[in-house]
Design a protein around this ligand. Sequence first.
Ligand SMILES: [Ca+2]
Ligand SMILES: [Ca+2]
Length: 111
Amino acid sequence: MNKILLLSSLCVTCLYVSIANAQENISVNLDKLQSAFNKIRSEEFTKIDEDKNGTISIKEYQKYLIQKTLDGSEQSFANMDADKNKELTKDEYVKFGEDTYKKIHQMNNPK
Ligand SMILES: [Ca+2]
Ligand SMILES: [Ca+2]
């Protein structure tokens, strides 16, 4: 009986240690993620600040967003253009919406 109790308490201790290690790892990974994100934002700021005066004007910000939107539109257009003929048919356009909806639904309802 004592052996069972000792074994049980060892298992519980192992479980607590595992959880503590997992939480520490998550915390470390979040710190790394935050650090990487800050680096990206900092580099992005430097890119947006075209005249290099240390601040972003509304014009600089709008120009950056327009370019980013244009770049993104090329990628989303290519994703929708199933036969890659540089034209979207109504079917391609509608089907892409259906496929996207199905993917989102599957992600939110994993089996
Ligand atoms: Ca500026
Ligand atoms: Ca097409």
